[in-house]
Design a protein around this ligand. Structure first.
Ligand SMILES: Cc1ncc(COP(=O)(O)O)c(C=O)c1O
Length: 435
């Protein structure tokens, strides 16, 4: 491998064609999808029912409902737990937007909690200070495929009578003390979108063990009705309902992918662990931290730039530009790397404007805005993380094996041992020319 950085024209550590596409498709996917296509019914047929049963059994939940997105499943969690207009719901300041906008979907108010600087997850020690008299639930995001400290969070939730909702959209198969994500709170949501470790193109799963939560969430899922669509329906809206169901072809695809998930999980774990072991001790590179009682699924493998270690003395905007240039250099080595989220949630316009439904709703509900403060500087760890991380995505997924992980490690090492050669302006010009 040449030492010149690929972004400047050197040989990349990995050729693009070496990295296999995600998700892998084989005869199992083709068989099940074709079977669904030739069924008499394309909606709420045998594929949906089978997928729900198989997913619930695989994850260890009593109930599962297949949805058309992870966001839909999150909204169902809130309704399942009885969250209503003007209630406050805690959520981490650094996550995907819909971990928090799902709260707005039911006219409730997100209250952000800063992250732990090592795990990048909601800091359990900052939860109690964020609780208000209106707080009814906490959404724990098992971000990047790592579970938060659920014993601590569940104990706080119990003390304050809060429902615990897991956003497990990125956490299929991730373990906390030997228990799977999605079994660690009152209910949970998974996503099956294109990028997820379990992919059906689009889709989601709502899971719970609680019959009451299941019943409430089911109404939201299908027009407020109480009968499942495959049952005899009376077409009566017993509650406010959305249309969050999914179709048969997608369910068949999800079933096929789920049948291979244990192999995907093992492969991704081995690849992620290879990087974690083999990138140790590089100046300027901070590796992800995995607590001893957790198994990471490596949905994202996150690199962070250690600005102190390299004596970087620019301001925040200089750090962001430098990080973006390093990310471009890693990507040029043939590794699928990107900045995952460059904004923390409180910075986003919908929260800054405090206006989701017009007329300032839901914050304009009498009393709902009391104690709500979205000033970004109140979340310093989330801000810092959003400025210095680079996510390695998908390169570590099956069928890519250790040979690919080895080359990815070489590419990352090459960039991080040459940080002195990162010329921000030159890289920005190169990236602009490529667009
Ligand atoms: C943490 C997290 N929550 C929620 C979602 C929403 O999932 P979906 O795109 O299936 O609605 C995503 C998806 O990107 C996510 O990463």
């Amino acid at each position: 491998m040449g030492k010149e950085l690929a972004i400047y024209g050197g040989a990349p550590a990995l050729r693009t064609e070496e990295v296999k596409n995600w998700p892998p498709i084989d005869a199992i996917d083709e068989k099940l999808v074709m079977e669904a296509l030739h069924q008499t019914n394309q909606s709420r047929g045998p594929q949906n029912l089978a997928f729900e049963k198989e997913f619930a059994a695989w994850n260890g939940n009593q109930y599962a409902l297949f949805t058309n997105s992870g966001t839909a499943a999150l909204h169902m969690c809130l309704v399942g737990c009885g969250i209503g207009a003007g209630d406050h719901v805690l959520v981490t300041a650094y996550t995907w937007s819909s971990s928090a906008t799902c709260i707005l979907h039911h006219d409730a108010i997100p209250i952000f909690v800063d992250i732990d600087p090592e795990t990048f997850l909601m800091d359990p020690d900052k939860i109690e200070a964020a609780i208000t008299p209106r707080t009814k639930a906490v959404i724990v995001v098992q971000l990047h495929g790592l579970c938060d400290d659920m014993d601590k969070i569940n104990a706080i939730a119990k003390k304050h009578n809060l429902a615990v909702i897991e956003d497990a959209c990125q956490a299929h198969g991730a373990l906390y003390k030997g228990k799977k994500a999605g079994t660690l709170g009152h209910c949970a949501a998974f996503s099956l979108n294109q990028n997820k470790c379990l992919c059906a193109g689009e889709g989601g799963v709502f899971v719970t063990d609680d019959p009451k939560i299941y019943e409430n969430a089911s109404k939201l899922w299908s027009f407020g009705e109480t009968a499942r669509p495959e049952q005899s329906r009376d077409y009566h809206a017993y509650a406010l309902g959305w249309m969050y169901r999914n179709n048969e072809i997608t369910a068949a695809f999800a079933r096929a992918q789920l049948s291979k998930y244990d192999y995907y999980f093992k492969t991704c774990c081995a690849n992620g662990n290879y990087l974690a072991e083999n990138l140790k001790g590089i100046k300027g590179l901070l590796l992800p931290y995995v607590p001893e009682d957790c198994v990471h699924n490596w949905y994202n493998f996150n690199l962070r730039i250690d600005f102190n270690a390299i004596g970087f003395n620019g301001g925040e905007q200089d750090k962001i530009r430098f990080r973006d240039a390093v990310a471009a250099a890693v990507a040029a080595e043939g590794i699928r790397a990107a900045v995952w989220q460059r904004f923390i949630l409180p910075e986003m316009t919908v929260f800054q404007a405090k206006n989701a439904y017009g007329h300032g709703y839901p914050w304009s509900i009498p009393g709902a805005d009391e104690g709500v403060d979205y000033t970004p500087s109140r979340f310093p760890c989330a801000l810092e993380y959003s400025h210095k991380h680079i996510s390695v995505v998908q390169t570590l997924r099956a069928p890519n094996g250790l040979d690919i992980a080895e080359k990815a490690a070489e590419g990352i090492q090459k960039v991080f041992t040459n940080l002195d050669k990162i010329d921000v302006e030159r890289i920005e010009t190169i990236c602009k020319a490529k667009k």
